[in-house]
Design a protein around this ligand. Structure first.
Ligand SMILES: NC(=O)c1ccc[n+]([C@@H]2O[C@H](COP(=O)([O-])OP(=O)(O)OC[C@H]3O[C@@H](n4cnc5c(N)ncnc54)[C@H](OP(=O)(O)O)[C@@H]3O)[C@@H](O)[C@H]2O)c1
Length: 249
């Protein structure tokens, strides 16, 4: 009997567990617990950290996990490293499901930053109107560049007001459309977008809107990917599971 543990928090993870459920496969979806009301899922969900690599190893053994699918966000580097290590230590077959990164298209005006810290430094200079398209965990780092007006968009209303002296907060959950994001950038007279190279379609609308309006983008590049087998589409995970016939899938 197989038991597939999917580390989620992404649209790809949700798409994958929907396919697993359709096929009647036993799967559990794991969330870190960052979002207040995660959407309903067709498989059992567990929420919260495992307690490092050892905690994940314990979970894999106790729940007789036969396959570990790391479908976390490309910037969730700690979880991905833990997943790979725990899989290796417990000899659990492991695969990473990750979106291809966005590539600049004709008309894009991208500048690159290696990480959040580099993006903060790149914002030194005169006041601008910046859409900070980052999760609430990272926005306070930009308080040192308090000369700018910041437009923020979070999935949930934060318990604490962001530490940015001049900001406007929109609470909204994707996927977003290019039309709506074009309106948003226009309405707030945004002249720079700061975002992570998440890839995928759910958050791409702001880039299409930026291209249309000629707004520059400060793109935070991805951390180095964890080693191991990686694929880009849920269907490839299903094929990988299908090949693992000796494990009962
Ligand atoms: N980073 C982003 O930009 C971003 C964007 C959208 C969604 N997300 C999603 O948000 C979650 C957290 O991302 P992060 O960047 O904070 O992760 P991270 O820095 O790589 O992970 C920090 C810790 O959070 C716990 N954790 C992370 N993902 C988990 C999961 N799916 N299930 C159970 N525990 C998890 C683990 O705790 P223990 O060590 O205790 O196991 C991990 O060591 C992930 O599920 C990710 O897919 C992240």
């Amino acid at each position: 009997m197989s038991h597939i543990l999917v580390l989620g928090g992404t649209t790809e993870a949700s798409a994958l567990v929907a396919s697993l459920a359709e096929r009647g496969l036993t799967a559990t979806l794991s969330y870190a617990g960052r979002v207040e009301r995660p959407k309903a899922q067709p498989v059992p969900v567990r929420i919260g950290g495992f307690g490092g690599i050892e905690g994940l190893e314990r979970y894999l053994r106790e729940h007789r996990v036969t396959h570990l699918v790391d479908a976390t966000h490309p910037f969730a580097a700690t979880m991905s490293a833990h997943a790979l290590a725990a899989a290796q230590n417990t000899a659990t077959p492991h695969i990473r499901l990750t979106r291809p990164p966005w590539q600049p298209a004709r008309g894009d005006r991208w500048q690159h930053a290696a990480d959040i810290e580099a993006a903060v430094s790149a914002l030194a200079g005169p006041p601008r109107r910046v859409m900070l398209a980052l999760g609430r965990m990272h926005v306070n780092a930009f308080a040192v560049q308090g000369q700018h007006h910041y437009l923020l968009r979070f999935v949930d209303r934060p318990e604490q007001t962001p530490a940015l002296p001049d900001h406007h907060l929109v609470v909204d959950r994707g996927p977003f459309t290019a039309e709506a994001d074009t309106r948003l950038l226009r309405d707030h007279a945004i002249d720079l977008i700061v975002c992570k190279n998440a890839g995928g379609t759910g958050a791409e609308a702001k880039l299409i809107a930026a291209r249309r309006l000629g707004v520059p983008v400060l793109m935070i590049d991805r951390p180095a990917p964890a080693r191991g087998k990686a694929v880009h589409h849920p269907g490839e995970v299903l094929r990988w599971l299908g090949h693992a016939a000796d494990l009962g899938v």
